[in-house]
Design a binder for this molecule. Structure first.
Ligand SMILES: Nc1ncnc2c1ncn2[C@@H]1O[C@H](COP(=O)(O)OP(=O)(O)OP(=O)(O)O)[C@@H](O)[C@H]1O
Ligand SMILES: [Mg+2]
Length: 238
């Protein structure tokens, strides 16, 4: 299958701590991949290495066959890698519409194209009614939708979601899942970091498990559930 992303044996150290240790992960075009592991196992660090917030000490990151290991985050966004952060990253006092349009303009210099992509992203995330609202006045769910819209508006081929279900009600998680499925059907690949495994395991096709910076499992959700090693690191969690 066509690999859109290849992490080739990447390592990231913070002083003496090895946060990500020789991790290799491949993502196919249009795939839905789950990335799980206990607290501190290196999930967010791996997402940072893929989005360009961090540079690995060793190893390479390839996107559509191109070595992007040293590219800055904005250059990766332009190539088609978007992310939403663990926690919120919107401008709280800038109306929702402009929050999203600003992200669009970072990739589309043509104002009309940026505008039409913004309307599309607002529609996809059901934010049209909140276009003029300030994010500071929105619910956590709507804020998450603003983040998602900001990630989608740049025409990504791969979207990285770090704990998209955190702080949401079961109904709201269901809404996020619906939107992710629809976008995935249109060909967008996702890497989703989540602790809420009940929901994640039903959504993704494949799951990568990290423990203490190392990849300990890569396979289907049902195989993961039956893996002794995975159960051991998730003792009492799953
Ligand atoms: N900027 C940093 N400086 C120093 N240490 C860091 C930094 N970022 C992460 N770490 C450490 O690297 C390890 C991996 O952290 P990371 O945030 O990737 O874990 P995680 O799997 O995302 O955890 P969680 O599920 O709690 O979000 C942890 O021990 C963390 O304390
Ligand atoms: Mg994290």
């Amino acid at each position: 299958m066509d690999k859109i992303l290849i992490c080739d044996s990447i390592t990231k150290r913070f002083g003496g701590l090895i946060a990500v240790s020789r991790v290799s992960v491949e993502v196919s075009r249009g795939e839905l991949l789950g990335l799980i592991g206990p607290n501190g196992s290196g999930k967010t660090t791996l997402i940072n290495l893929i989005s360009g917030v961090l540079e690995p000490d060793e190893g390479r990151v390839l996107f559509e066959g191109r070595d992007i290991t040293k590219l800055k985050p904005h250059a990766r966004v332009a190539l088609g890698i978007s992310r939403i952060f663990q926690g919120m990253r919107v401008y709280p006092y800038l109306p929702v519409y402009y929050n999203i349009e600003l992200s669009a303009r970072s990739v589309f210099k043509d104002a009309r194209l940026a505008r039409s992509k913004t309307i599309w992203a607002l529609t996809t995330t059901k934010l049209l009614a909140e276009s003029a609202e300030l994010p500071v006045n929105l619910t956590p769910y709507k804020l998450k939708m603003v983040e998602l819209a900001r990630a989608l508006v740049t025409n990504p081929k791969l979207v990285l979601l770090d704990e998209p279900f955190a702080g949401l009600s079961p109904e709201e998680v269901g809404e996020v899942i619906k939107i992710v499925r629809k976008l995935n059907e249109s060909g967008i690949a996702f890497i989703i970091v989540e602790h809420k495994l009940r929901y994640l395991m039903k959504l993704v096709e494949r799951v990568v498990v990290l423990n203490e910076g190392r990849k300990i499992f890569d396979g289907s959700p049902s195989e993961a559930m039956n893996s002794e090693e995975v159960s051991r690191v998730y003792l009492g969690v799953m």
